[in-house]
Design a protein around this ligand. Structure first.
Ligand SMILES: Nc1ncnc2c1ncn2[C@@H]1O[C@H](COP(=O)(O)OP(=O)(O)OP(=O)(O)O)[C@@H](O)[C@H]1O
Ligand SMILES: [Mg+2]
Length: 268
């Protein structure tokens, strides 16, 4: 007979890295119907608000096994970033549940980010501590992060003084150097100038080969084809297709009615 600890070890090995179960997300936003200055002022005066609901995810379920590099494609507003935010734990699902097994590092276009009033150095240190790195590990990582981002002279400036490319480079560098078990990347494959983009793509390829679990949301379909071993097509808050990247991207580009060659120009 197996002991309890052996049994749980076996169970852990069989656990997927990410389990999404019947997840729905509904955003509630206040809106104004046919607003005029008068009605707006009257409603504000009465404290009235009309609320509109947007169902961004509708009963989405899937599992991502450890070591899978999953690409997520879909039109604007399909729910990709919402899905990434729920998996990252930033946005609780309205219904359903998300289980994540492993240390997560995120690089999301919206949502978490640096505090622009703090210096690059302070942001990197806070990011490292938040990711659970201890002091020694953090010191070692700090140098790697700064070297990769090539921002040595800028680390003591507040980040509001960074250009958007510099901001993106530091964010990318932090996310990929945290040794995450699970890395979530939303639209952040192509930060920086052409040279940095090549470098970050090479880094991504290296991470993808290291049996980590990685989720990449991107409109750069060539990169999804090249980096991922599975892909999912999100459509109006539901999962339309889950298959090999080639099959998913072919179906998606056919649906869009665009030639991929046009899109590929945007790729790294
Ligand atoms: N904070 C928010 N408040 C209200 N509605 C939101 C919010 N964020 C997203 N939505 C809505 O949820 C839906 C899904 O948005 P989401 O950002 O997840 O799409 P996406 O697939 O990431 O699109 P894109 O390719 O443009 O990044 C959209 O209809 C959007 O209008
Ligand atoms: Mg998005």
């Amino acid at each position: 007979m197996r002991s309890a600890s052996e049994a749980s070890a076996v169970e852990t090995a069989a656990e997927p890295a990410i389990r999404v179960e019947h997840v729905s997300v509904t955003y509630r936003t206040s809106i104004e119907k046919n607003p005029t200055l008068k009605t707006t002022l009257m409603r504000l005066g009465r404290g009235e608000r009309l609320v509109s609901e947007i169902k961004a995810l509708r009963d989405v379920s899937f599992e991502v096994p450890h070591g899978t590099v999953l690409g997520i494609v879909g039109a604007n507003g399909a729910g990709k970033s919402t899905l990434m935010r729920t998996i990252a734990g930033i946005l609780p699902p309205t219904e359903g549940r998300v289980e994540v097994h492993g240390r997560v590092s995120t690089l999301l276009a919206l949502g978490v980010g640096f505090n622009r009033n703090l210096s690059g150095r302070e942001n990197v240190i806070l990011g490292g501590l938040a990711a659970g790195l201890d002091r020694d590990h953090l010191e070692e990582k700090y140098d790697e992060i700064v070297e990769f981002a090539e921002l040595e002279e800028f680390m003591d400036l507040p980040m509001r003084a960074y250009s958007s490319g510099m901001y993106g480079r530091l964010a990318f560098s932090v996310a990929v150097h945290m040794d995450p078990d699970i890395l979530l990347i939303d639209e952040a494959l192509s930060v920086g100038d052409a040279r940095f983009r090549r470098k970050s793509f090479a880094k991504m390829r290296e991470l993808c080969e290291q049996a980590r679990t990685i989720l990449i949301v991107s409109h750069a379909l060539g990169s999804i084809r090249e980096l991922c071993d599975q892909a999912v097509w999100m459509h109006k808050g539901t999962m339309k297709l889950w298959d090999a990247p080639d099959a998913v991207i072919d179906a998606y580009t056919e649906f869009l009615g665009v030639r991929e060659a046009v899109i590929d120009k945007e790729d790294v």
